[in-house]
Design a protein. Sequence first.
Length: 345
Amino acid sequence: MKSKKRLIICHVLLSRGFAGSERSTAESCNQQVQDHDVYLIVKKSHRKLGKSVSDHIDSRVKLIEVPNLFFTQKILQKKIHAINPDVIHCHLRRATRLASKLKTAAATVSTLHIGVNSQHFYRLDGIICNARWQVKSIDDNYQGLVHKANNSLTPHRRLSNDEKLALRKSFGFNEQDLLIGAVGRLSSSKAWDTLIQAYQGVANKKQSKLVFFGDGSLEKQLKLSAKSEANIIFYGFQDNIKDIYQALDLLICPSRFEPLPRVMLEGYDAGIPIIASDAGGCGELVEDYGGHSFEVDNVSALSELIQTFVDKPFAPNRPDLSAHYIENTNLAMLNFYYDCIAAKA
């Protein structure tokens, strides 16, 4: 069987900071650069609050910057011409919009980190969906190829019991505390206000603590709404969040909108039980891998689930996530690239 050619892959990500979309892009770049030539194009102001995707990519990935606002399209076209890639992989709306206007022989694809929130997605040769609901949302008239991917996951090493206890103590908790984790950007779509209200409605909290890990625009507002509750604590963004998962007793993902939450996959990998809303990918993951689900923004239903957990903690849950392991998702992604390249030709 003839081996497939070594590819020149150019990822385009014009966001700032480092969250789920950036983490996913970095993991793809780092896996693909093992066997292919990989470029990552970012805008000059890619760093936000000191964090950037550039801090998490393999040194072999070639990082290229383009202007933030002025002449971005023109410079991007020039960079693409110099790279002469086989495939251009866009992430998020702005990169997709600019790439859809490029004059290039390369196959163009985009990952739906959110949804089809621009008609520019339909001008590309391929669309990559992480969730089943995204596949169903694709316009029937779209002429390109569609790939249902599994959101990638790099399994984390297992912490010893002593390491978990030491980690809990570093945050001021002991072995008896029930730690309920909330991980992610402090933004409206994550519905942290619903979680705070639900936790405040728990009648007997015992030794439970609701601990937030993340930062964002609603930080002050959320802290203000939780100021009367001593058991709600905010710790900001943590680089070692994959360690922290294993020190938690429960993870809650109450999102109003969520394509397919990486936070939940990392929680499953850590082996902790999960409560999630039925929004988008949250409901899909609970259906596939277990957990407890509630209707979006249903404060009383979430409060009841938390009370049930506090009264009798849920059993650990570490399902088989091999379909999401980066080496498997990357192989499927590369095959999709080859299909798009062949279709383009």
